[in-house]
Design a protein around this ligand. Sequence first.
Ligand code: TZP
Ligand code: MG
Length: 212
Amino acid sequence: MKTELENALLYGIVDRGYVDENDVESAARSLISGGADVIQLRAKGCDEDEILEMARQLVLICREAEVPFIVNDFPEIAKQVKADGIHVGQDDGSINDVRSIVGDEMIIGRSTHSLEQAEQALLDGFDYIGFGPLFPTPTKKGRAGIGMENVSLVQDKIGSKIPVFCIGGITRKNIETVAQAGAKRFVIVSDLLTAESIEQATASAKNIITNF
Ligand code: TZP
Ligand code: MG
């Protein structure tokens, strides 16, 4: 699944802030059929039993579609369901802490919010990074947007070594501007999950990315 990640352009997140309990599977299927190249389960505030159950469902869907499946925040759950990856933030421990739980094979991603953090994540040995939030977003409340000024530099310096996914406030409307700033890979959450058709919105975002 590392190869799939290396080729990934559009990273979709099944975020329980936007997706009801009963719609988790269908949201994942729609993101995948629209062209999402990676799926993450993000379930802030849900209890761990519920996250485990959702992860068990999503890992099957993603495996069948050959799309890497990443669990946010919970290395033990990622390990338990044999997810392809685990995503951790700046405050979620060192790569060694996470690696000691998930083993040598699993993809480990890191959220970064500055050029310095992106450089550190590469040095630390993370397999990919998220870089943002570029713009303020209701999906990650209380965190200022970092803007697009370092996008091109991070893409060149870090993105030549590991995948860099720009994130935060990216929509079908502004994705071209973000691509013009130098971004190559994108995470889009609310703009896809709140669309009338998740599948069509995803396909349209993917189309913009691949034709840029
Ligand atoms: N990390 C940085 S921004 C963000 C996360 C999880 C949320 C991105 O969501 P949206 O709705 O695409 O702005
Ligand atoms: Mg986290």
